[in-house]
Design a protein around this ligand. Structure first.
Ligand SMILES: Cc1cc2nc3c(=O)[nH]c(=O)nc-3n(C[C@H](O)[C@H](O)[C@H](O)COP(=O)(O)O)c2cc1C
Length: 394
């Protein structure tokens, strides 16, 4: 029902996102979308590109006087760097005579597979669309999803847990971790470990190498009963894995304590069920969320969380071993301006994808062509959840 598509190349004129399935009369908060775009650009360890681009959304369709019209919404961001690439990336015309094709694929990128798949002789054709610049489009979709979710009391956040071998430490609440991460250069919550992480990034930069790490994305205030156990396509956990795994560079996704669960006893892992008629949202509640807040593909109520592992950035200044596909000779892979570590930025994209999955689930559960109708269906569901409250007299 809710769907998004992105288009655009890294150094082309811009990136756009087309969103289908939004209800009419949703207020589009442009400053918030710009704030999300700027969060995607922040984070220590970024390369030079982020100094050139200052992403700002333009609304190209589907919105009038600040509100959605019920049709497809098209959002776009201009690539400021396009002015330096307008000849090489011109959608019209042909290659200038001085142009040299790129023929050395970078290991860890789509370069080689993309060249074979699409029968390109110039790897530039692959690099441009496979670039993580496309995540601007994912963040546009995610920002709109967050705006929609706000109406139902859902907040989405995240934090970086580790960079290379250094892990953040401290037993803090979700709120505390997320709020500390907001003011951190690396979007992490442990300021002591953050200094070590920054030193490590500097060290690795000197060596011409790169780093990966892990991050967590969390949603709070989610109603129980989203998703379904009935079909693989409807499970919230399948969808979450699909959208998080689709972020470039993500090599592992676990819902809750996914991998650790394999080492625990049943009594240590499962989130036991409690009842308190005064508990907000739903009187049947959990004190732990080791399952990520999803059981049988359905939201249990309140928290949903997942952890992602990002591989080290594949473009290295020191150059990995590769082969010139034209000359068939061994040569070091090309270096093109690149991040050293993009985990903090990927975390923002992860938040966008979590928000997207939840917005889709809310759209499916509550339907409606306008915000007014969604609201009516949502209130009806809240009344149903209320009916589980049973107060003792007095
Ligand atoms: C926000 C973000 C920024 C990234 N920046 C870079 C970068 O500067 N250089 C690079 O080589 N890879 C970067 N990557 C990772 C690559 O895009 C990714 O590894 C590559 O497209 C191959 O996809 P795969 O790792 O999913 O197989 C970034 C990823 C994200 C999410």
């Amino acid at each position: 029902m809710l769907e998004f598509h992105t288009a655009g190349e890294s150094h082309g004129p811009g990136i756009i996102t087309l969103i289908r399935g939004l209800p009419a009369n949703l207020e589009i908060d442009i400053p918030f979308i710009n704030q999300e775009l700027s969060r995607r650009q922040s984070g220590f360890g970024s390369g030079g590109r982020m100094k050139i681009e200052k992403d700002e959304v333009e609304i190209l369709g589907g919105v009038r006087w600040g509100k959605t019209l019920g049709g497809p919404v098209v959002l776009g961001v201009k690539n400021r760097d396009y002015e330096n690439w307008s000849t090489i990336m011109d959608p019209r015309g042909s290659a200038p005579s001085s142009y040299k094709e790129i023929t050395v694929p970078r290991p860890g990128h789509a370069d080689l597979g993309g060249m074979v798949k699409y029968r390109f002789s110039d790897l530039r054709n692959v690099i441009e669309r496979a670039s993580a610049r496309e995540t601007v489009g994912k963040c546009l979709a995610g920002a709109v999803a967050k705006i929609f979710l706000r109406h139902w009391g859902v907040k989405v956040g995240g934090f970086v847990e580790s960079i290379g071998e250094i892990s953040a430490q401290g037993e803090l609440s979700w709120e505390e971790k997320i709020s500390r991460a907001e003011s951190s250069l690396l979007h992490t919550y442990d300021s002591e470990r953050e200094k070590e992480m920054i030193e490590l990034i500097e060290e690795v930069r000197e060596e011409g190498d790169t780093l990966g790490g892990t991050f967590v994305v969390v949603a709070q205030g989610v109603v129980p009963g989203l998703g379904s156990y009935s079909e693989i396509q409807e499970r919230l956990d399948s969808r979450l894995a699909f959208f998080l795994m689709g972020i470039p560079g993500i090599k592992g996704v676990e819902v809750g304590e996914g991998f650790r669960s394999a080492t625990l006893r049943g009594s240590q892992f499962h989130d036991e069920i409690f009842y308190d008629p005064h508990h907000p949202l739903f009187p049947f509640y959990r004190q732990t969320f080791r399952s990520g807040g999803i059981e049988g593909g359905i939201s249990a109520g309140d928290i949903i969380w997942a952890r992602c592992a990002m591989k080290p950035i594949p473009t290295l200044r020191r150059g990995l071993v590769s082969v010139d596909v034209k000359e068939k000779k061994a040569v070091p892979a090309r270096f093109e301006r690149s991040d050293i570590c993009a985990v903090p930025r990927a975390m923002v994209v992860g938040e966008a994808m979590l928000a997207w999955v939840l917005a889709t689930a809310y759209r499916e559960k509550f339907g409606g062509d306008s915000m007014e109708e969604v609201e009516a269906h949502f209130q009806n569901y809240l009344s149903y959840l209320e009916s589980f409250r049973c107060f003792e007299d007095g």
